[in-house]
Design a protein around this ligand. Sequence first.
Ligand SMILES: Nc1ncnc2c1ncn2[C@@H]1O[C@H](COP(=O)(O)OP(=O)(O)OP(=O)(O)O)[C@@H](O)[C@H]1O
Length: 257
Amino acid sequence: MDNESPQTPLLSIRNLSKSFGPIKAVNNVSLDIMVGEVVGLVGDNAAGKSTFLSLLTGYHRKDTGEFIYRGKPVSVSSPRESRNRLKIEMVYQNLSLAPDLPVWQNMFLGEERRRFGVFNDRKAMVSDADKVLQELNAKARATDIVGTLSGGEQQLVAIGRALLFERDLIIMDEPTAAISVAKIEDVLRLIVQLKSRGKSVILVSHRLEDVLTVADRIVVFSHGTVKSILPNRHLNISDLIQVMFDRKKEATDNAEN
Ligand SMILES: Nc1ncnc2c1ncn2[C@@H]1O[C@H](COP(=O)(O)OP(=O)(O)OP(=O)(O)O)[C@@H](O)[C@H]1O
């Protein structure tokens, strides 16, 4: 598939756990994310997907476990450390953009550029934001107000941050949940484009057909654990549903016995 030999883990997650009181939301999860890999994350409600992501992005602190980034153990105890040390950019379903601000300000929000000792070097930021927008084939310009853009263009702004700050791993949480069918293809194409630039992507989605379209591997979460890691070869939706829900079926079977 590529010339890199053997596959290099970008991020290794080892024995990650997080409880909320008696609930083991994430229970001893280990997973390698490879360079340039798209990993689909699926699972029933309350399987632990959001909690797992919140540990990666530094919004919650792990109880136990280890992050190894490009071979080196790294500690992450805040969103800033996740961005700077694990090079993670999280794109939320609601995109977390400020609609009244221009694109460039949204892209640099909280990470304004200082150049030659000058705070908020507006000219440089507008120009850098425009470059990224062009790379993503966006119609929007850096000075456009975000609230006036279509949902698809807003998504490009959110993802533009990842390119601007050279993040390695982009986490997309339900990116196709709230957009039109026509735009879904754009988002999936964008994920493939990110992969072709060597970025790794974690795609969390309840739309299994989207995950099957772009993921290299699909990680099935259940009850806070990794239930299965499936290479996405010859997989179809019914295979995936079976893996996702058979424990539930067993539980029902057991309950009936
Ligand atoms: N802040 C919290 N306080 C207490 N319990 C929590 C908290 N966050 C999550 N949980 C619990 O942890 C478990 C895993 O929840 P999580 O939201 O991570 O699952 P999920 O797979 O993202 O589900 P969904 O697909 O419904 O969003 C659930 O039982 C949930 O109730």
